[in-house]
Design a protein around this ligand. Structure first.
Ligand code: FE
Ligand code: FE
Length: 167
C-alpha cells in the first residue's frame, strides 16, 4: 500500500518511523557484529554503540509521545539491506583482521545511512519548529557521527594496516 503524505508533518512522521525501524533492527544486528569482531577494540566499539542504539530508540519513543504518534509498524528496507550485507560478512571465511576490516566497512555504511536519516529529520523538525524534538534528534545525530569517526580511527590505526600485511 502506498504511503499517503499530505503534509510536511506526515513526511516527518514517516521519516521518524523509518528511523525507529532502523534502530530496532540494529539492536539485534549489532550484537552479532560484536560477536564476529576479532579485535577487542572493535568488539568494544560495537558494544558501546549498542548501548547508544538502545538510548536512541528510547529518544524516538519520547519523540513519538511528544507528537502523539505511534512510530512502530514500518520496516526500513534500507537498513534491512545493509544488515543483510553485514550478515554476509559475518558468515564469510576470513582471517581476523580481514574480517574486522570488512565488518567496519559494513558498519560505516550503517552509520552513514543513519547520519543521512537523522540529518534530514533534524532539518524537518526545525522547519516544523519542533525545537525539543530537534534537540533530541541532534543528540542522536552527533552519536552516529562519533560512532562513524571511532570506526574510522580503528580502521586506520590498526585493522587496515594489519590486513595489508596478511595478503
Ligand atoms: Fe542509531
Ligand atoms: Fe548508529
Amino acid at each position: 500500500m502506498a504511503t499517503t503524505l499530505n503534509s510536511f508533518k506526515d513526511l516527518f512522521i514517516h521519516e521518524l518511523k523509518d528511523l525507529y525501524s532502523a534502530e530496532t533492527q540494529l539492536m539485534e544486528a549489532i550484537p552479532m557484529m560484536a560477536e564476529a569482531a576479532t579485535t577487542k577494540k572493535l568488539q568494544e566499539a560495537f558494544r558501546a554503540h549498542l548501548e547508544e542504539t538502545k538510548r536512541q530508540r528510547q529518544r524516538l519513543e519520547k519523540i513519538g509521545e511528544i507528537l502523539g504518534e505511534d512510530l512502530k509498524g514500518e520496516t526500513c528496507e534500507g537498513m534491512k539491506g545493509l544488515i543483510k550485507e553485514g550478515e554476509g560478512i559475518i558468515k564469510a571465511n576470513a582471517q581476523g583482521e580481514i574480517k574486522d576490516a570488512a565488518l567496519i566497512s559494513a558498519a560505516q555504511r550503517v552509520e552513514h545511512y543513519e547520519i543521512a536519516g537523522y540529518g534530514t529529520a533534524v532539518h524537518f523538525a526545525d522547519i516544523l519548529k519542533e525545537n525539543e524534538i530537534s534537540e533530541l534528534l541532534a543528540e542522536t545525530l552527533d552519536e552516529e557521527k562519533s560512532s562513524d569517526s571511532k570506526l574510522n580511527r580503528i580502521a586506520k590505526q590498526f585493522v587496515n594496516v594489519k590486513a595489508e600485511s596478511i595478503h
